[in-house]
Design a binder for this molecule. Structure first.
Ligand SMILES: [Zn+2]
Length: 293
């Protein structure tokens, strides 16, 4: 009578074994079946799961005006044109800076084009007033800016702007003024007195704002003092040398009461929450219509 429990134990083990074998077989069949389905039609999970392949990543779309306005507003569509030299082509060629130059003849045509298309030139003050007080800009606003304060801006661009009544802003590395090829302070005063030209901070020696805090602070502060001493610092505005925008640069500018800072990044939507990150449009020798104006 002792063999009975042993018999049932063995029988039980055999049944358990059979159960697992059957279960494995079912999984195997299932796998085969699902593998077949995947080949025919990929499941939704396959298409959602991100892959490491860069081709699967969609190209990011630039934000629309409405999206920018919601995130960083109030925003206004204001093309800020960026120039460096406006000098005779042969002069630009001699100094190998044709890429930075728009010849005076072309510049004049571009300014005439703005007038003929009904654009109104605005100043940085107008943009600050829009950001801070909601004062609307004219219906087709445009801002003309020149970086570096080269002598030709005073000699050749300024007379064209005065003739056509167009306002502009020159960002100057103050320590370089009075050098050969740069504006003199007398000329700067003369341009300012016309009521058409504003000036802004472009550091003292045209250093980028990526250096140590003390260097960046010095560069901005000296230029700030030199502009203020000459009554040229209202409102306080800045353009990043070499287009390099940094967090510490922004901190220093804010601390010193700056209102706007311009980059060299392409764009025309100017937003209040991005007032230290304002885009511009670099202008070359083509007609302004080719820049979307
Ligand atoms: Zn510059």
């Amino acid at each position: 009578m002792r063999w009975r429990p042993l018999f049932f134990l063995v029988l039980g083990l055999i049944c358990l074994g059979c159960f697992f074998v059957f279960k494995e077989y079912k999984i195997f069949i299932g796998k085969k079946f699902s593998a077949k389905t995947q080949i025919v039609s990929p499941t939704a999970t396959d298409s959602i799961t991100p892959t490491a392949s860069p081709s699967a990543t969609p190209t990011p779309k630039p934000l629309t005006f409405a999206e920018m306005n919601k995130l960083y507003g109030p925003c206004v569509s204001l093309p800020v044109l960026m120039y460096h030299h406006v000098e005779l082509p042969e002069n630009a060629a001699t100094f190998k800076r044709t890429y930075l130059n728009v010849p005076p003849e072309t510049f004049k045509k571009q300014m005439e084009y703005l007038n003929s298309k009904g654009y109104s030139s605005v100043t940085p003050f107008d943009l600050v007033n829009y950001f801070d007080n909601g004062v609307k800009l004219p219906s087709k606003p445009v801002m003309i800016t020149f970086d570096d304060g080269y002598v030709d801006i005073g000699d050749l661009a300024f007379p064209i702007m005065r003739e056509l009544g167009i306002k502009g802003t020159v960002f100057i590395p103050t320590g370089l003024m009075e050098n050969i090829d740069y504006l003199t302070w007398a000329k700067i005063d003369d341009m300012k007195a016309s009521g058409l030209i504003n000036f802004g901070n472009h550091t003292w020696s045209h250093k980028n704002v990526g250096g140590t805090t003390s260097v960046v602070e010095n560069e901005i502060t000296i230029a700030d003092t030199q502009l203020s001493d000459r009554g040229l610092n209202n409102p306080k505005i800045f353009a990043y040398p070499f287009g390099l925008e940094t967090k510490q640069g922004i901190i220093i500018l804010k601390k010193m009461g700056y209102q706007l800072a311009f980059t060299t990044v392409y764009g025309r939507t100017q937003c209040e929450k991005k007032r230290f990150d304002l885009p511009r449009i670099r202008i070359g020798n083509a007609s302004l219509s080719s820049y979307g104006l």
